[in-house]
Ligand binder design. Structure first.
Ligand SMILES: Nc1ncnc2c1ncn2[C@@H]1O[C@H](COP(=O)(O)OP(=O)(O)OP(=O)(O)O)[C@@H](O)[C@H]1O
Ligand SMILES: [Mg+2]
Length: 237
């Protein structure tokens, strides 16, 4: 059975700074099914991050519709939208965005503090998540005591803290060497294949995009190509 987890209809995003208006997305239509592994490519300024921010409920469309699991985000208040975001979406950023002077373990625990999970369970779950990204032996390290690739793995563990269905990663390998980039992509592949997560990444590199099953290319705020490399893997029951 397939299920449209993300459906975008005729969506436009306009940024207005005083007199100047930038049309960052122009009447986009896009559907992503539950359990897909997708990459988004396109030159700088083509609208990739704008799309990711809307998909992640950090921003809203100017016109058109975004249905997340069939629900139009337009109907949601800001508070409802941030609740949806915390529950359903895990974000990974190019610059890791870890809290400095806070251990890897505490960084991973943080979203669970907001999720009101008690301290013992938080600790156990954070350790388990660090185990999933092969970093249990770095739990007490501060971010500045970790390599770039390790920091990004902590950031992925943190994104998984509230067990989101969707993982959104905006240039997650942008600051990494090629070896660490492959490690990060292997983790995303595993999350997609074994956990059944819907994973969407932005990248500038074709060989990174080729880890995914579908490559969508943007140009100037529009979808230029939508290419399926292989069939979506079956979602484990
Ligand atoms: N907050 C903002 N206010 C005004 N204009 C913006 C804002 N954010 C983005 N833009 C503009 O919208 C367009 C799309 O930007 P976006 O960040 O989505 O591009 P991108 O494809 O992610 O580029 P990059 O590969 O450089 O990250 C650009 O022309 C940009 O200048
Ligand atoms: Mg961007």
């Amino acid at each position: 059975m397939t299920e449209d987890i993300i459906k975008i209809e005729n969506m436009t995003k306009v940024y207005a700074n005083g007199e100047i208006q930038v049309k960052a997305l122009k009447s986009i239509d896009l559907t992503i099914q539950k359990g897909e592994f997708v990459s988004i490519m396109g030159s700088s300024g083509s609208g990739k991050s704008t799309l990711m921010n809307i998909l992640g409920c950090l921003d809203r469309p100017t016109e058109g519709h975004y249905y997340l699991e069939g629900i139009d985000v337009r109907e949601k208040s800001d508070n409802e939208l941030s609740a949806v975001r915390n529950k359903k979406i895990g974000f990974v950023f190019q610059s890791f965005n870890l809290i400095s002077r806070t251990s890897a373990l505490k960084n991973v625990e943080l979203p669970m503090v907001y999720g009101r999970i008690d301290a013992d369970e938080r600790h156990e779950r954070a350790l388990e998540l660090l185990r999933q990204v092969n970093l249990e032996n770095r739990a007490d390290h501060m971010p500045n005591e970790l390599s770039g690739g390790q920091r990004q793995r902590v950031a992925i563990a943190r994104a998984l803290a509230n067990q989101p269905q969707i993982i959104l990663a905006d240039e997650p390998t942008g600051n990494l060497d090629s070896e660490s980039s492959v490690e990060i992509m292997d983790i995303f592949t595993k999350l997609n294949r074994e956990n059944g997560n819907t994973v969407i990444i932005v990248t500038h590199e074709r060989d990174i995009a080729e880890f995914t099953d579908r490559i969508i290319t943007f140009r100037d705020g529009e979808v230029l190509t939508d290419e399926r490399l292989r069939a979506k893997e079956a979602i484990p029951c």
